[in-house]
Design a protein around this ligand. Sequence first.
Ligand SMILES: [Zn+2]
Length: 157
Amino acid sequence: MLDDTDMTHLRRCVALASEALDHGDEPFGSVLVGADGEVLAEDRNRIAGGDATRHPEFALARWAAEHLPPAARATATVYTSGEHCPMCAAAHAWVGLGRIVYASSSAQLTAWLNEWGIAPPPVRPLPIQEIAPSIEVDGPAPGLDDEVKALQRRCHA
Ligand SMILES: [Zn+2]
């Protein structure tokens, strides 16, 4: 279940995704929130420079590994505009982060790309729990998923 706090953080993720698109990157944004509700870090997609692994969820996993003790990682939440890809889901689980909340799912992204005739990505967009079965996952967020779809549409237009 998503509450008002979740929606606030997800809206920030969508704003970061929009900012990424404005910079020529792909529209994905993520926020790392501690157990006390403090925003610890945020990032957006940065692949335009040629490194296709520059996903925000991956960056936040590395940030957490560098800055947070294991107990703080386990109780932190990662909010993200689009469900983690397998690379990022693995990184999230390897560093021992906690709950994930996404505005739109990988299944939705796959359906949208299909609808628009866009070739699928080189890595299969599996559900997070196929990669990291013990992670608590919530999403999508009705209403915000449509905003993500509009950003993806602009990205692939
Ligand atoms: Zn990723």
